[in-house]
Write a new protein. Structure first.
Length: 150
């Protein structure tokens, strides 16, 4: 387990974030609470929808990417998220899918207003067991700089 500071990020570095199995029950439970559209909560309605079957909501899909990141043994000294851009859901998440998350550092820069942090930008993909992306996005966040040892 490592603690990652701004200095530990280099452009082109990739990181993988484990796997996550999605169940039908979880899709329905999440959707009932947070996104109760018929194609997320009712199998018969989902069959008749454009999806042709039950799918996880976009909110649920994003939440899975977040939990996979937080479970990684390396802890990023994240100060704050600055934005999620270009977020896309190119393929649906289905019951039984095994998802994995990967990110690549595509930019890093010093903060102009806060000398104790830097800005890191990642391009990330959550993919199913067939390697098909179910979420892609670009994320920027502030990361603490390594404390000075004196």
């Amino acid at each position: 387990m490592a603690t990652l500071y701004f200095e530990d990020f280099t452009v082109g570095t990739t990181r993988s974030y484990g796997g996550y199995q999605v169940s039908k029950e979880e899709i329905i439970e999440f959707a009932r609470r947070w996104d109760p559209q018929s194609f997320h909560v009712d199998e018969a309605s989902a069959l008749a929808s454009v999806f042709g079957g039950l799918t996880a909501s976009a909110c649920h899909t994003f939440a899975i990417s977040s939990v996979l990141t937080s479970r990684h043994p390396d802890v990023i000294k994240n100060v704050a998220a600055l934005g999620f851009e270009e977020m896309r859901f190119p393929n649906p998440v289905r019951p039984g899918d095994r998802l994995s998350f990967a990110s690549e550092c595509i930019d890093r820069r010093e903060s102009h207003s806060r000398p104790d942090v830097g800005i890191v930008t990642m391009r990330s993909t959550l993919a199913n067991q067939d390697g098909r992306p179910v979420l892609t996005m670009k994320t920027s966040f502030m990361v603490a700089k390594r404390p000075r040892v004196e």
